[in-house]
Design a protein around this ligand. Sequence first.
Ligand code: DC
Length: 237
Amino acid sequence: MTKKIIIAIDGHSSCGKSTMAKQLAKEIGYVYVDTGAMYRAVTLYAMRNGMYPDEGIQEAELKAAVDEGKIQIGFKFNPETGRPDTYLNGEKVEDEIRQMAVSNRVSPIAALPFVRALLTQQQQAMGKEKGIVMDGRDIGTAVFPQAEMKVFVTASAKVRAQRRYDELMGKATTQEEKDALDFDEILKNVEERDYLDSHREVAPLRQAEDAIVLDNSNLTREEQSAWLLEKYKEIVK
Ligand code: DC
């Protein structure tokens, strides 16, 4: 039997990391964990509980909620979509956490040391048995620095904004929702998050020294998946 390993996939926002990570996990029978969804779920919790008004995050209140164990995040496999759905305190929040309202607010939440400490600990527990593909920003550097396979994915900001635009357009069900989508706003969000994610003090987005780099600006999904599977096979050989 092939040995089980930890696969860390890090990179910029909207670069297709999760699609390729999910596909790989399916192909090799590993568990897939989207850590961005966990930061998004904490953001949604703060927004819903009046801890994240326009003026900024109510840090003390959010920290108290974290310390009291009031924010429980989990995943449940959805056989209909073939992917795990994100749950916040028992409620499925998969669609809500992908909305622009959350995307626009998540980076400052992800910069808070107590939020990172909580989620890092949970992610490490999920990888205890190995056999896991985890995607995020700091998986190969902070969560699993010992991961046997590390990939750092990137693509130009424009290409990434276009992918996110297409994804949101595909999900929009009414003309009103479609009209509300603005490519320039999405591009701005992608660039702002790149900056914030790379410049925060705790576990900033950076390429691990031993990561394999993949610029997928000009690759199709199939090409990326084939590339990733090939790398995995080389590593476990
Ligand atoms: O991958 P995503 O766009 O869903 O991630 C949402 C935000 O969470 C992103 O702005 C960066 C942050 N994040 C992080 O800081 N560390 C991770 N391991 C995953 C995501």
